[in-house]
Each structure stands twice: as C-alpha cells, then as structure tokens.
Design a protein around this ligand. Structure first.
Ligand SMILES: [Zn+2]
Length: 587
C-alpha cells in the first residue's frame, strides 16, 4: 500500500485499433497519482533523425479528458499543446484519436493489414515530465499476431510494453501485424528482423548477410551497448531510406530488389548505415542531439559528421564484410565524389551551414537546390574519406578513422556521458592525427574550397584522374527537361552553364532552336559545336521569347581511380590497413 501523498505520478497508454481500416488508432493516456494541478500535455512537432518540423498534431482528433466519468475542461493553448483543468483530480484519463496514413519511416501508418507507429506522432507527454516511465498496453486487431519494437515487454506479455522515459518511447517505433520475423545473434546481442510486405528475399542469406554487417560495425567501436536490436523492414513496390533509433531502425526497400545484385548491395549498405547510427548519433552525438526539444528545431552544424561519416561507413562496412571487392568499392566512392564535385551548390554552401539549415533547405528542396546547396550526407562522406586518409598518413598506417570514432565514443558517450561540442570534435580529430587540422575545417567544413583529392589519396597509393580532361569539344547546355503533354518543359537549370547564363528559366517550354522546331535537345545539340550562337524559342507563361545562347563546353569532372605506379611501403601498409585485408575474409 502506498500512503504517501507525494507518490510518483504513474503514466500508461492504451492503444486500440477498432478503425484500423480507416487508418485510426485510439489512444488512452492514463495519468495516476497526479498532483491535482492543471495538466499540460504535448505532442512532438518533429521526429528526431529527420530534421523537419512535421506538425504531427495535425493528425490528432477528438481530444478529451476525464476524471472518472466527469469530463474535464480542455483548452488548446498552441498547435501541439493541450491544457486540462484537473480541478484537483489525481487520476486523469485522456482520450484522442490519431489519423495515420503516411507510410514513411518517420511517420505512422495504419490499415487493415498492419500498424506502423512512430512514438513522436502517437504518444503525448506531460509537459516537464518526460522522465516518467510508462507502460503501453496494445489491443491489436484480431487478425494481427505479431509485434516488433525496441521496447521491453512486461511479464513476457508481448502486448504490454514498458518504457523508462518519454525519450525512449519516442525513439522506439512499433510494427504490429503479421510480419515475418527472423532472428539471429551478432556480437553477442540478440537481433530480430521484422519484414512487412513480403518479397523475394532468401531468409537464410538475408539473416547471414545482415549478421555479418552487424559484426563488422561492432568491430569499429569494440563494444555493443544494446541488450537486443530490432530491424523493421518495410518491403514496398519501390523505395529506400531508413531512420535510426536507439536499439532499432526502420528501413524501406523494394520488395523484389533482393535478387538484384546492385539493389541488394545498396540495401545492405542502408542496413549498415542505420546500424552504425546506433553508435554514431544515437549515443556518440553532438551535444544538441539529445535529449531533444520536441517543440522546435534543434540546430547543429555537425550533421556532416553524424550523417556524412555514417554514410562513409555504410559502404566501407559493406566492403569490409566482403560484399564489395576493393575495385567495386572504389567505384562506389568515385560516384560519390563525382556527384559532389559537379554540383554547383558545392561552391556555394559550406557543409557546416548545410547541416545547420537542414530544416529549411535539405528537407525543403526546390528547383534551385542543386545550384545553392550541398548534401551533408554526400559531402560529409567525402570529408570522412579524406580525414581517414589524413589519419592513415599521419600515423603511417597504424591508425585510421575507426580510431577517431572509438575515441569519441569512449570519451564522450561512455566517459563524460554527454554529447561533444564542435570544438571538442576538432580537438579529438587533431589528437588522433597528431597535428592541427585548421585547414581541413576552414577550407572544407566551414568553407567551399575544392578538395585536392590526390594530396590525400596518395596516403594509400591511389589517385584520381579526370577522364573528361581535354574533352573541351563537348557541349553542355545545362537545362534539364521533362516532357509534359508533348511539351518540352525545363525542370532545372544548372548554374554556370550556357542555358543558365543566357537566362533560360525553369518552367520555360522549349519550342525551337534557330527557327526549327525541336523535340529532342540532345539530337539537336549533336549538330552544333562549342562557341556556336543559337536562338532558343521558348514559351514563358504564354509569351513567346527568343533567347540567344552561346554554347559552352562541358567542364564536368569525371574522376576515376588509378593506382600510383611505384607504391611505397608506407602507402601499401596504409592501403591494407584501410581495407582491413589482414583481418577480413574475402567472399
Ligand atoms: Zn543516417
């Protein structure tokens, strides 16, 4: 018996799905041992890991609160906050419905077949009391037999889950339905793969391959912080992408892509990406990325590390696990480098700014984004590569980027039990390299200077050569088009090209060149040469305009890897250490 008047407030949720076919979940939030004061509850406006304000409260309906059978007065005080006049009540039952019909990894989706719930769009929290533990009782549809999540079940009843605080609840998506469940152990930790949607996967191979990725990721950090880990895999007609969580992840993939070599490798790389996040970002993190403020944007300049370095490791781990040969891996890196160096925005937006402005730019792209922004994933992964090269060179091939990752994890997550500051990250990188990295940060992180790749890659005896060098006779027009109702419409214009400089606009309909009707731009350009002046006839908002354009040469870089002919012993040692040839098996 608890006679204390200051008994800890108890929180529990009940979820039921009487209207699953109509995409609703009924939520009951029970607050017991409340202090009788007005109760303020909130729903997050964003889902951590996906840096956009998504306004989840727009899907909440019929919010009500009761004390016993008495309805309590409810006032909505801003877009995502409800105030309940408790009137001295110590037990309050809140009821609301959530409409869930958005099948992405960061939202919630319910239909007759299954429910996929993200905590941030379903569970409210008591303002100022995110530390409260809770239980979650789920009444599934009668046809649903399975539940998969990172949350612990209570008393071996899989339909009752518990969470130590709101942050964990918000960070543990739940899949309920008839998903196929595969189990394995990796790094001494039990793992579960929950596959919704069917597909042409080979169960034994999928389990074996994912296990290998998990083992490879664990080697980077030498220790695994999870008691168990859950992969929720949505197999859909098409799709890719995932979202990382504390001890789980959700990924989307193409259900019939499992027997296609290229898409299967990118699926494994996606698995490696989300899994690597269980260390990098979920635990080892910039200081503002946890605990989160669910009410507003949480700004950081470090996503080029948190996302970019994870993007570097996703392919590197897939390589180390033997799914890419070294040559195939170098081709993957080359494609990433070519994409970044040819994007005009790479010369406009420093990657630290790309991170800070993710909320308004990366997640809200427009027709000019590639001219004005750079992806912190893609540029960040290239910065990881050159920092890896820097460490290999400075330490003569006895340390690499793994040592920096391990150091940061040990020092900040395990040791100081907090996130790192931008300055602490720089100091850690300098400690591992044994030299100052002012140039790296000022030129490539906070600046937009071109990276002298070969100065870095020589550390492992590699260099890049530009296959387009000397091919200045090729024309690059620079207006990308789509065909709409038989019309040739400009969809984007690449900064720096002749189309851009001449003032061809997005949404222009290209009708003719030099008084001839045109239906295929490339065919027509084939008759011309660099330096030719042409008149382009366009329709812009119904008016016909003739725009003179002077055709310019293609200056796109097209790098490929080449080995240095006489490799030194240091370079060979660093290359082997980077590829982990001494410890990894080929297959
Ligand atoms: Zn990521």
């Amino acid at each position: 018996m608890n006679t204390s008047s200051a008994a800890e407030t108890q929180l529990s949720y009940k979820l039921s799905f009487d209207e699953a076919a109509q995409h609703y979940v009924d939520v009951q939030m029970d607050v017991n041992h409340w202090n009788g004061k007005d109760l303020i509850v909130k729903l997050p406006v964003w889902a951590p890991g996906s840096y956009l304000v998504r306004e989840f409260a727009r899907n909440v309906e019929q919010f009500q609160a009761f004390s016993g059978s008495t309805a309590l007065k409810v006032e909505k005080i801003n877009k995502n906050t409800w105030k309940i006049s408790a009137n001295k009540a110590t037990s309050i039952n809140i009821k609301y419905k959530v409409y869930a019909f958005e099948l992405t990894v960061r939202t919630s989706f319910i239909d007759a077949a299954h429910a996929y719930l993200n905590g941030t769009s379903v569970f409210m929290y008591i303002d100022g009391k995110k530390e409260l533990s809770s239980t979650i009782k789920i009444t599934p549809n009668s046809t649903w037999k399975e539940i998969s999540s990172g949350l612990e079940s209570v008393h071996d009843n899989k339909w009752t889950l518990s969470s130590p605080n709101y942050d964990v609840l918000a960070d543990s998506p739940i899949e309920i339905g008839n998903q196929e469940i595969l189990k394995f152990e990796a790094a001494g930790v039990p793992h579960e793969i929950a596959l919704y949607g069917g597909g042409n996967y080979d169960k034994a191979k999928l389990t074996r391959d994912i296990k290998q990725i998990c083992e490879e990721a664990t080697k980077v950090f030498d220790s695994h912080p999870c008691k168990r880990y859950t992969f929720i895999v949505h197999c859909l007609p098409s799709g890719g992408g995932g979202l990382e969580h504390l001890n789980s992840t959700t990924v989307q993939t193409s259900r019939f892509g499992f027997n296609n070599d290229k898409s299967y490798k990118s699926f494994l790389s996606l698995i490696a990406h989300e899994y690597f996040h269980l260390w990098n970002v979920k635990r080892l993190r910039p200081e503002v990325l946890g605990p989160f403020d669910y009410d507003r944007e949480n700004y950081t300049s470090m996503l080029w590390f948190s996302e970019g370095f994870t993007a570097y490791y996703d392919n590197l781990l897939t390589r180390r696990a033997g799914f890419y040969t070294p040559d195939a891996y170098l081709e993957v890196i080359t494609a990433d480098i070519n994409k970044v160096v040819n994007q005009p925005g790479n010369q406009v937006q420093p990657v630290a700014e790309a991170s800070f402005d993710a909320w308004i730019k990366y997640y809200r792209p427009n027709e000019n984004s590639s001219n004005s922004t750079i992806s912190y994933y893609e540029k960040g992964s290239i910065l990881a590569l050159i920092l890896d090269m820097e460490i290999l060179r400075d330490t003569k091939g006895v340390k690499d980027l793994d040592d920096l990752m391990k150091y940061l994890y040990t020092e900040y997550y395990l040791g100081k039990k907090r996130g790192f500051t931008d300055a602490e990250f720089k100091a850690a990188a300098e400690l591992i390299c044994g030299r100052n990295l002012n140039e790296f940060f000022s030129k490539y992180v906070n600046g937009t200077e071109p990276i002298p790749f070969n100065d870095y890659l020589s550390a492992v005896g590699l260099r890049l050569i530009d296959q387009n060098a000397g091919r200045s006779s090729e024309i690059y027009f620079g207006a990308n088009t789509k065909t709409d109702n038989g019309k040739l419409i400009v969809s984007s214009v690449v900064k720096g090209t002749c189309a851009y400089e001449a003032g061809i606009n997005v949404n222009d309909e290209i009708i003719g060149f030099d008084n001839y009707r045109v239906d295929d731009l490339n065919k027509w350009l084939g008759y011309k040469k660099v330096g030719d002046k042409v008149d382009v006839l366009v329709s812009r908002e119904g008016s016909l305009l003739t725009i003179p354009v002077t055709l310019k040469a293609n200056t796109t870089l097209k790098y490929k890897f080449d080995a240095i002919t006489s490799v030194t012993a240091d370079q060979a040692k660093a290359y082997n250490f980077w590829m982990k040839f001494d410890t990894q098996a080929e297959h």
